[in-house]
Design a protein around this ligand. Structure first.
Ligand SMILES: NC(=O)c1ccc[n+]([C@@H]2O[C@H](COP(=O)([O-])OP(=O)(O)OC[C@H]3O[C@@H](n4cnc5c(N)ncnc54)[C@H](OP(=O)(O)O)[C@@H]3O)[C@@H](O)[C@H]2O)c1
Length: 359
């Protein structure tokens, strides 16, 4: 694991360097999906900038979609751009029905046109100290794995036929996976132990008392890092599979350390709590990037032509990901494992049409 002191020092030095900015590109005629675009987030700025440059953008979040759409449209109008370029839609990546319903809605709404998919949505349910039990999704997966990786994989898989077609027809389709510098907290050996926790009923598991000291300890930062390592593998595998055949490219991005809903602690209750939150936010704004600055590398990867696919980007440039993320055999194995899982979900959910096209 890389030295966290070096990482922190690098971050602090960069705070005083000029912030790299994506150069504007005419995006008219390009159809883009940005997941996780709530106000105050990196996705919000990404959607706003790309729609402002003329792209037809669909922005998603889990809840309060109407409010998000109104805010984005207001910002676009205030910036002199066409607010009709943007539509919002609900999407919960941890719910297979929601992913399938979104895919069906999108195909219908935009006649199957999609040039850029930005897998930006993500969570980090931070724990300060290691715990014995992992937080689980409704269907029994560790929550970061399910939301940040499996959900994004499912969405990408459902939209692959559209992306491949756009790549062939326009010569340039892309998947931009938002990863994190924290992907290097874990290695490939951590990736393949993920099975639904409720697959084996408790009563059927072999009973064995595990001594306290041997119990696996759950750390949210490692779980988050693991989901982000998987996002890099997914991007590199898409490049290997579809770049030459379909002009479909994929990259992974570290946006920097950014002041968003994810990094800011939740507001405390009461007058004192609110005051503490305000002070906290002011201090954080001194050392964290703004969401606008954090969106720049994502926007660049979604718009610059040509762009080198199958790479990891940071500060609007190619950067070095962990050695484990470059292991092509691990990427392939993870892809096949994830594909098996999606196919098994398709048998249980309502909109299998998209899946057939990937057969
Ligand atoms: N901020 C940083 O310093 C930083 C650093 C490295 C990487 N990143 C990555 O950057 C991406 C954007 O994060 P952010 O900092 O902008 O965080 P944020 O402000 O918390 O935004 C996260 C977005 O993801 C959405 N989301 C959460 N759960 C979801 C689910 N189950 N299904 C679909 N969407 C869901 C949220 O929607 P709701 O609001 O409706 O829940 C929200 O729109 C994430 O992938 C994050 O891991 C962030």
């Amino acid at each position: 694991m890389p030295n966290p002191i070096i990482k922190t020092a690098t971050h602090l030095v960069r705070m005083f360097l000029p912030k790299p900015m994506a150069a504007p590109v005419d995006m008219s005629g390009r159809y883009v999906i940005v997941t996780g675009a709530s106000p105050g987030s990196i996705g919000y700025e990404t959607a706003r900038i790309l729609a402002g440059w003329g792209a037809t953008v669909v922005a998603t979040r889990v809840r309060d979609v109407v409010l998000m759409e109104a805010a984005l449209k207001d910002d676009l109008r205030n910036g002199g751009a066409d607010a009709d370029n943007l539509t919002a839609h609900a999407l919960d990546l941890s719910d297979s029905h929601s992913v399938n319903a979104f895919g069906a809605w999108y195909r219908d709404k935009h006649q199957g046109q999609l040039h850029v998919l930005i897998n930006n949505a993500g969570i980090h349910r931070k724990t300060l100290a290691p715990r014995e039990k992992a937080p689980l999704s409704e269907d029994g997966f560790e929550i970061h794995w399910r939301t940040n990786y499996l959900g994004a994989f499912h969405l990408t898989w459902a939209l692959l036929p559209l992306l491949r077609r756009a790549g062939v027809e326009s010569g340039d389709a892309r998947v931009v996976n938002v990863s994190s510098g924290l992907h290097d907290r874990v290695g490939n050996t951590d990736l393949f132990d993920e099975v639904p926790h409720r697959e084996v009923p408790q009563r059927d598991r072999p009973h064995r008392e595990v001594p306290q000291r041997d119990r696996p300890r759950y750390h949210s930062w490692d779980a988050y890092g693991k989901s982000k390592l998987a996002m890099i593998h997914m991007a590199f595998e898409i490049e290997r599979r579809f770049a030459d055949t379909h002009n479909l490219h994929a990259v992974a991005v570290h946006p920097g350390v950014v002041m968003t809903n994810l990094t800011l602690p939740q507001a405390f209750r009461g007058r004192i709590g609110k005051a503490a939150h305000r002070i906290n936010s002011s201090l954080a704004s001194l050392v964290l990037l703004s969401p606008h600055a954090g969106a720049q590398t994502i926007v660049m990867c979604a718009s610059r032509r040509p762009l080198q696919g199958g790479r990891y980007y940071e500060r609007c440039d190619v950067a070095e990901p962990s050695a484990d993320s470059l292991d092509a055999a691990a990427s392939k194995r993870l892809w096949e494992q994830s594909e098996r899982w999606v196919r098994s979900r398709a048998r249980h959910t309502a909109h299998p049409a998209a899946h057939d096209e990937n057969s």
